[in-house]
Design a protein around this ligand. Structure first.
Ligand code: C2E
Ligand code: MG
Ligand code: MG
Length: 413
């Protein structure tokens, strides 16, 4: 038993569901996930009174077995589908109302329902599935709080595991390659920087683009190690090839939010720059917007240390997601990168034009530089140049190129 709640614990869950699966008995699971932590130093943790009240409420529910499978997850098990629906309704309506003294606490759990246990083989798979669902729901930022786990989720999870294996292998075998996409300065009329973009290849040399692996790398935490490897490759490239001789003033490197939330990011990156004797002014790190306060705090600490060392920052993907203008005010960035989607809509919608014009004036008013990404045609280039955008990046000039080709390209341009 779980000593805090009196519900069954994770071991009991594994044993019991394992038995049911072995006997091929049909059962139904409803997982409720919300912060049940009562530790004092987590602001999101529910307090003791609420916790007890919730536990009491749950233990009175009939027609189900209750398991606390992790700190924050309660699973209800049923042998009858109608019971599951009834209990879900009962829980749901209670959770619409507040808890605790003075009824001040609203708790919004996420619900995951698994009605076809035929799709799993082992009890451990169930734990993994709930974990996966939780990760997914946090990552998506969607408001939807009820999801059904079905065969498509299993396929997705398996695919993700495959990518994870490939990624692990690529990291071990050094199948990681950094491409560079040149960035053009409209004022200087030449290429002045480049963005480092990561690729991995498989055993047969096929190139795999980042949209296939970055997300998995983030979800599995591998991004921290991968990010360091990439950064080291970039520094080694700068040291060996000295792209400054072709007028390249700095290189931009992407950071994932997971990396930014890692306490030792700045330390690790500074050590790499020292190892390769890289002038920190030669490095610009691209960050993206985060809505999470916690993440922002660590990000700012990392940024402070890196900025003091001499590194500059860009805000990437502006024009997607929330695009909070206030974010630019709060974040010590020097460059804002307009996302390709925003640029595209600029050419297709009058309204978008106004939005981008306004954003542009504000950003320029703050003395920040703008990079327009995803410029593909001469016409688009002309418009951006006329608007007074300082830097242009896109297929119009070049796709991201492997080291050799990149050097050839900039030495000719
Ligand atoms: P991003 O940082 O916004 O990079 C720009 C993406 O737009 C690149 O895709 C680039 O190839 C693509 N692009 C540039 N010009 C054009 C254009 O004219 N037309 C079109 N259609 N696309 C253009 P890529 O290389 O596939 O990278 C995708 C995303 O993956 C990046 O978006 C970045 O968020 C992420 N990424 C890439 N490398 C790394 C990395 O080393 N670390 C992290 N954390 N993320 C990375
Ligand atoms: Mg970028
Ligand atoms: Mg971008």
């Amino acid at each position: 038993l779980d000593w805090k709640t009196g519900f069954f614990n994770q071991n009991a869950f594994l044993l019991y569901t394992g038995q049911q699966l072995f006997q091929k008995r049909e059962f139904y699971l409803l997982c409720m996930s919300c912060s049940l932590g009562t530790s004092e130093n987590t602001s999101s943790g529910t307090d003791e009174i609420v916790f007890k009240e919730m536990t009491r409420f749950i233990s009175k529910i009939s027609g189900t077995k209750v398991f606390r499978i992790t700190e924050n997850e309660i699973v209800f098990l049923f042998f009858d589908k109608e019971e599951e629906e009834r209990v879900y309704r009962q829980l749901r309506s209670r959770f619409k109302k507040p808890w605790g003294k003075g009824r001040m606490h609203i708790i919004r759990p996420k619900w995951f329902s698994l009605t076809d246990t035929g799709i799993v083989n082992r009890a451990e798979d169930l734990l993994e599935l709930f974990q996966y669902m939780l990760q997914k729901s946090i990552g998506s930022g969607e408001d939807n709080d009820y999801s059904v786990i079905d065969g498509s989720i299993i396929r997705e999870l398996n695919q993700e595991k495959e990518v994870e294996q490939l990624l692990l292998k690529a990291m071990k075998q050094d199948w990681i390659e950094v491409f560079f996409q040149p960035i053009y300065s409209t004022e200087k009329g030449q290429f002045v920087s480049a963005e480092a973009l990561t690729r991995i290849h498989d055993a047969s040399g096929n190139i795999i683009p980042p949209n296939m692996f970055i997300e998995v790398a983030e979800q599995t935490g591998l991004i921290v190690k991968l990010g360091e490897m990439v950064f080291e490759k970039v520094c080694r490239f700068i040291q060996r090839e000295n792209p400054a001789r072709y007028g390249i003033e700095y290189i931009e490197v992407n950071l994932s939010l997971i990396q930014c939330g890692f306490d030792h990011l700045a330390e690790g990156f500074i050590n790499i720059m020292k190892k390769y004797d890289i002038d920190p002014n030669y490095i610009n790190l691209e960050i993206t917007e985060t809505a999470s306060l916690n993440e922002k705090r660590t990000l700012l600490t990392n940024m402070k240390a890196l900025r003091e060392f001499g590194v500059s920052f860009s805000l990437d993907d502006f024009g997607t997601g929330h695009s909070n203008l206030n974010y630019i005010v709060e974040m010590p960035v020097d460059i804002v990168k307009f996302d390709r989607d925003m640029i595209q809509s600029y050419f297709h919608s009058e309204k978008a034009k106004y939005v981008m014009d306004a954003a542009m004036h504000m950003i320029q008013g703050m003395q920040l530089q703008i990079v327009s990404e995803g410029i593909e045609t001469k016409e688009q280039y002309r418009v951006m140049e006329k608007l007074g955008i300082s830097y242009i990046q896109g297929y119009y000039f070049s796709k991201p190129l492997p080291e050799r080709e990149f050097l050839e390209f900039i030495s000719n341009g």
